[in-house]
Design a protein around this ligand. Structure first.
Ligand code: ZN
Ligand code: ZN
Length: 418
């Protein structure tokens, strides 16, 4: 028996929830005394949201404001709202969030929505509504992608999400299994989760530093349905684990996080890529993604399920058919080892190497936060309203690093660091 197992048995569900809330606020978010917090959550994650609120005030938060979403109310819009509704978003709300971030607020999101919520709704309405939100949210999102504020995303189990992952189990058992998976993959099961996170964070930084020392020009991917070469942006910088945000606060933006990631060159992706996992995008499931890139842009896109949503996503704007992130994750990550597909990007992207369509992170370029949009584009950084990660890694994927002189070095073999 390992110490981790002893600790799991010793902690009740309530104690684990308290641990998760405490780690989310103090390690993930790095909330500072006197700081405001804006939190978004589903009504189905209220028990966790309340504990996070408590932990935030204990950490000295001046004000915690929680915005709650409700699946039934979202569906009511799709069933009863007039057609014009789907081109609108609560701009005043997103402007308010941007204003809060500018005046020093931190941001925490509890992920845990129903991955199938909108699967049976009109893809045109889903696409338009997503686009309207993306546009309205852009000013706020930019402060996040530029790492101007400390922010983090954690997960809370919900009945609908649990049912999607464990369809054969009774609802209570499915929910328990999902909580257990969340606690295991976010290191809450360890005797001392804070120390476990610090050690893990240091390991990710070490990996990123190794890649930064290499200064690869491109990555070459080979695997089932994958024959793909991806150039890296000029002055790209690999990141992993926590970062110090523009407001001076150190945060770990995703819990879990297993990736090291950087900015690819928006004009230098060529070849065929097949997704290794289904992608749940804003309540719609997209499966069997297979795309072909030419000089950075997707020129052919197929999906065995959700093709229309995928195509609409790619057509969102000019940068939506190009890549804004490349991330490396070993197959030995706790999420991959759980053997579960979470239908949730926060987890699935940390189970496998992935790429993301759309907006790049300027923090993944040397001094990128000081560059203008034109300077960022000149280095190859992509710009778009969307940022959607999708998984291409598996235990069958090989990746080489290509140096500036064109030499190949093995980087990953069969999904593990070489
Ligand atoms: Zn990623
Ligand atoms: Zn991403």
């Amino acid at each position: 028996m390992t110490p981790a197992e002893t600790a799991t048995e010793a902690r009740t569900q309530a104690e684990s929830l308290d641990q998760l809330a405490s780690v989310a606020v103090n390690v993930g978010l790095g909330l500072k005394p006197g700081q405001e917090l804006v939190m978004t959550a589903s009504v189905d994650t209220l028990p966790l949201a309340r504990r996070i609120t408590e932990q935030a005030y204990r950490a000295g938060a001046s004000l915690v404001t929680t915005l709650l979403a409700d699946d039934e109310s979202t569906l009511a819009r799709y069933h009863y709202a007039p057609d014009a509704s789907f081109d609108s978003a609560a701009k005043w709300l997103y402007d308010g969030m941007a204003e809060a971030f500018k005046s020093g607020s931190a941001r925490l999101a509890i992920a845990g929505g129903n991955p199938n919520l909108l699967s049976n709704e009109d893809p045109d309405k889903v696409g338009r509504a997503n686009r309207a939100v993306s546009q309205a949210y852009r000013p706020a999102l930019e402060l996040i992608t530029r790492h101007q504020i400390n922010w983090t995303i954690v997960a809370g189990a919900t009945p609908a999400w649990a049912a999607a992952m464990f369809p054969m189990d009774a609802p209570d058992l499915a929910l328990d299994k999902l909580w257990a998976a969340i606690f295991a993959t976010t290191r809450i099961n360890t005797p001392d989760p804070v120390s476990a996170w610090k050690a893990h964070d240091a390991e990710l930084h070490k990996r990123a530093a190794f890649l930064n020392g290499k200064r690869y020009y491109a990555l070459q991917y080979r695997g089932p349905g994958v024959e793909f070469r991806l150039g890296l942006a000029d002055d790209h910088e690999w990141l992993g684990g926590g970062t110090t945000a523009g407001n001076g606060n150190y945060c770990i933006p995703n819990m879990p996080t297993e990736e090291v990631f950087t900015t690819p060159h928006k004009d230098r992706a060529d070849g065929i890529v097949t997704a290794s996992k289904p992608l749940s995008h804003q309540g719609t499931m997209i499966e069997g993604i297979r795309v072909r890139f030419e000089r950075g842009r997707i020129v052919e896109a197929h999906a065995t399920r959700g093709q229309e949503v995928l195509q609409k996503l790619i057509d969102t704007d000019d940068g939506a058919g190009r890549l804004g992130e490349v991330a490396l994750v070993p197959h030995s990550s706790p999420i991959a080892q759980s053997g579960l597909v979470f239908f949730n990007t926060l987890f699935d992207e940390n189970a496998a190497s992935h790429i993301a369509l759309g907006q790049s992170y300027s923090s993944c370029l040397i001094d990128g936060d000081k560059l203008s949009p034109e300077q960022l584009a000149a280095k190859g950084a992509n710009s778009s309203l969307i940022h959607v990660d999708w998984m291409i890694g598996s235990e069958h994927l090989d990746i080489d690093g290509i140096t500036a002189s064109g030499a190949s070095e093995p980087l990953m073999r069969k999904g593990e660091w070489a």
